[in-house]
Design a protein around this ligand. Structure first.
Ligand code: B12
Ligand code: SF4
Length: 501
């Protein structure tokens, strides 16, 4: 499936570069290709898009390319979240990116070996190349997913909600061009017998009617299978009926917490068991219209205490047997959210290697109300409950559609369900048996436990040799320091304050 989760922006950058007259090679690493990657020989400039979990991989690839004289540019979630660190290993690190920024960079791409330059557009782009413009790069990527092929599309950027932990909490909502979207959907009808499209919008369906009007104008009812991430507040019954008519087959709403974020789940100030009841009813309603649901939760939030939040989630699993529960351990991805400044100020962010920051292999924020072993006990108990044979069987029976019901079984018995129970059990064991391991989790030692270094070495294979020195560690307080420095600069620049500072 991994090729189906490839990002849109690297394809967009490739399309922009071609439009600007450059010769482009595009490589998508899905996690299965042999390392070190098969890269074009000596490109002038290499753009690399990476999530934080691929940071070390990206740093190694950058080192390899720089050794042959290529100028390297990093973009994507890691660049947005950790620009200070990334600048040590790339010539350029890009935040918000539009075509003008790419044009300016390519006009004179000077290597910057002593420290990369952090560049960004003033805001999210107003246009991103659509499916037709990206097709040349989408097609070879999807060839790597021979069974099920899912085309990534984007209809909007930003979000009107302000969930404090989210990277989009401060990015204004903005729809993209609906005419281009219609044209892309028609194009896909000509490419596949029954196309499958995943919307990468941070929160799909904010301008619900405009979206549905556009889809209905371009696509006969239920001719394309759609997947989207959307908040419960947008999934009222009339909306669900329209989604069903238009072929929506999978929805991933975020519930996140039983005590907080009621605005996005339409539960307002309702908390605890009452929220479980209402959310479970809502999810069951959704399931009557949409076959596949993944309900997302964050574990370890500061509002959580004791066993209650975990017991409530177990109750939810019982009451909504058809929904796949997606659990994320609370993670502070550098600059992703303003809330991370508070965690850094309170010295609660730990320097887990980026490689493990994918919401489940490590939780890099010390929990406010749990001792680590207790926390992992709760997480293991909840994961066991959610992926017990009983829960797997009930999930299977609650869904009639063939692919979704089997997909849930595969996810449960693979690394997401059984795999995590084993992994968390190992972490729990080391927390009580190995003092050094525990010291790292308590913030009392900065030495990264062997357990993590060995795993990273194994995952990176031959690229391990290319890792620049010092890049396994990072400064978990970099955002706070940069924020402090920025405040100081703006203070010294303010008229009348210069002398005082
Ligand atoms: C859609 C989405 C997904 C989709 C698609 C993933 C994909 N490959 O793009 C799915 C559901 C598969 C997914 C999975 C995951 N996701 Co996700 N996802 C998102 C989401 C909601 C939108 C991202 C998006 O496409 N936005 C639209 C693009 C156009 O905007 P943008 O991302 O802001 O990018 C701008 C710049 O960064 C830049 N840019 C982006 N890429 C590149 C590349 C280059 C080369 C350049 C130069 C510039 C550039 O240009 C853009 C325009 O300004 C974000 C949250 C958010 N609201 O941003 C989380 C987010 C990106 N996901 C996140 C995470 C953690 C994950 C998972 C690890 C979750 C999990 N446990 O499995 C996986 C990892 C997947 C992977 N490939 O490694 C984190 C990433 C944090 C981090 N620093 O790594 C985010 C930020 C959510 C969060 N927790 O705050 N995700
Ligand atoms: S609703 Fe979703 S995308 Fe919007 S701010 Fe909250 S978590 Fe982020």
């Amino acid at each position: 499936m991994n090729a189906n989760f490839a990002s849109i922006m690297p394809q967009a950058i490739a399309a922009w570069c071609e439009q600007l007259g450059h010769e482009v090679s595009f490589v998508c690493y899905t996690g299965f290709e042999k390392l070190p990657l098969d890269l074009p020989a000596k490109p002038d400039v290499a753009f690399i898009g990476a999530f934080t979990q691929a940071a070390q991989l990206a740093y190694a690839v950058s080192a390899m390319l720089r050794a042959q004289g290529t100028v390297t540019v990093l973009g994507g979630p890691h660049a947005r979240c950790y620009p200070e660190d990334a600048c040590r290993y790339f010539d350029y690190v890009l935040g918000f990116t539009d075509q003008d920024l790419i044009r300016d960079l390519l006009a004179d791409p000077q290597p910057r070996r002593t420290g990369g330059l952090h560049l960004q557009a003033a805001a999210q782009p107003t246009a991103v190349p659509g499916v037709q413009a990206r097709w040349k790069f989408i097609a070879p990527t999807l060839k790597k997913a021979p069974l099920i092929q899912i085309v990534p599309m984007l209809g909007s950027l930003g979000c009107p909600y302000t969930c404090a932990f989210c990277i989009d909490s401060s990015v204004p909502y903005q729809p993209l061009d609906f005419d281009e979207m219609k044209s892309d959907l028609r194009f896909l009808l000509g490419k596949f017998r029954r196309p499958r499209v995943a919307w990468h919008d941070p929160n799909f369906g904010v301008r619900f009617d405009d979206y549905m009007d556009a889809i209905e104008a371009a696509v006969p009812p239920d001719r394309i299978d759609f997947i989207a991430e959307s908040s419960l507040s947008l999934l009222s019954e009339p909306h669900l009926k329209r989604l069903q008519r238009n072929g929506f087959k999978a929805i991933l709403p975020g519930v996140e917490s039983w005590y907080d974020l009621g605005n996005k789940s339409r539960t307002g100030a309702t908390q605890g068991m009452e929220k479980v009841r209402r959310v479970a009813e809502h999810i069951n309603l959704i399931q009557r219209y949409i076959p596949y649901i993944q309900a997302n939760f964050v574990l370890g939030l500061d509002v959580d205490q004791g066993s209650e939040p975990f017991e409530l989630t177990k109750e939810f699993v019982n009451r909504s047997p058809g929904a796949f529960p997606g659990y994320s351990l609370l993670s502070a991805f550098g600059r992703a959210a303003p809330l991370n400044l508070d965690y850094q100020r309170d010295d609660r962010v730990l320097g887990f290697p980026f490689h493990f920051l994918n919401n489940n292999q490590a939780m890099n924020v010390r929990p406010a109300n749990y001792q680590w072993p207790d926390f992992y006990d709760h997480v293991i108990d909840l994961t066991r409950h959610s992926f017990s044979w009983r829960a797997i069987g009930r999930r299977f029976q609650s869904i009639k559609a063939r692919i979704p019901r089997w997909m849930n079984v595969v996810r449960a018995v693979s690394s997401e369900g059984f795999g995590r129970i084993k992994y968390y059990g190992e972490v729990r064991r080391q927390l009580v048996e190995d003092r050094k391991f525990r010291d790292f989790f308590e913030g009392e030692s900065e030495t990264i436990p062997r357990f993590y270094v060995d795993r990273m070495r194994r995952d990176l294979g031959p690229l391990w040799e290319w890792l620049p020195q010092g890049c396994v560690e990072h400064d978990p307080r970099a955002y706070l320091k940069a924020d402090g420095a920025a405040r100081l600069t703006s203070l010294t620049r303010a008229p009348g304050l210069a002398a005082a500072s």
